[in-house]
Design a protein around this ligand. Sequence first.
Ligand SMILES: NC(=O)c1ccc[n+]([C@@H]2O[C@H](COP(=O)([O-])OP(=O)(O)OC[C@H]3O[C@@H](n4cnc5c(N)ncnc54)[C@H](O)[C@@H]3O)[C@@H](O)[C@H]2O)c1
Length: 256
Amino acid sequence: MKVIAITGGGAGIGRGIAWHFARAGWAVSITDADRQAGKECLEVMRAAGTKAIFVPGDVSKPGDMERWLKATKAELGCPDVLVNNAGIEIRKDVFKLSIAEFDKVIAVNLRGTFICSQAVAKMMARRGPKNATERGTIINLASTRAFMSEAGTEGYTASKGGIVALTHGMAISLAPHRIRVNAIAPGWIETADWQKASKAKNLHHSKADREQHLVGRVGVPEDVAKACQFIAEDAGFMTGQTLTLDGGMTVKMIYA
Ligand SMILES: NC(=O)c1ccc[n+]([C@@H]2O[C@H](COP(=O)([O-])OP(=O)(O)OC[C@H]3O[C@@H](n4cnc5c(N)ncnc54)[C@H](O)[C@@H]3O)[C@@H](O)[C@H]2O)c1
């Protein structure tokens, strides 16, 4: 049975990815800083018969992530796929954003991605025969905000741009170990109905919101999960890349 490990798997896109792979017959390991979200996601997967574990933890803390990945290996086996999904955003006027807030966003989004990737790569590199064609895959959640911005999003955009660069950097370093590293850059993904029970909301899209996408709708976590499955299972010739997944929003030229 294949094993997927997902950070921030308790809610939002991470929960959507966990559920998608659970239904596809994978064993699923999630970590999340929010215990309630993680427990709820675990209960749903186990109720459906999935082999799954949840270990609470903060991706910016190396000790937490080592504990999570060790438990994953012990209970489910070495992950075949790691999805670095956990992320936060602090939106604030550029003159008001404190350095501590900037650091916090970088620590979770960028540092956390490196911490988990390095830890899982150490495990992946040690398995399989010497001539294995593939020992594992790492998928990082970037964002279209790595390439374009709104005002007041400096920490977030910098972290996502860093993730795109980290993706090709680690793809090169890990290639000799037969580990592929790719990123997905989603646009607008609606997660309101994938939050923990106490935070779940109704979707609230206007017609204009939908129509600003070339495909005529906002994205859903399942879109990201399907892209993860493609990268994990069908994209053996793809590494170091960032796949834009935004319903065409960022190819539209705007004259104002
Ligand atoms: N939703 C979107 O439109 C969108 C678009 C582009 C990129 N993304 C990226 O996709 C990822 C998921 O986004 P989302 O919208 O599902 O977010 P979300 O806030 O709905 O869920 C994020 C999950 O990560 C967890 N988390 C936060 N900080 C953590 C930490 N330090 N350690 C462990 N877990 C932590 C949260 O508890 C939560 O369960 C993020 O990296 C985000 O930047 C989202």
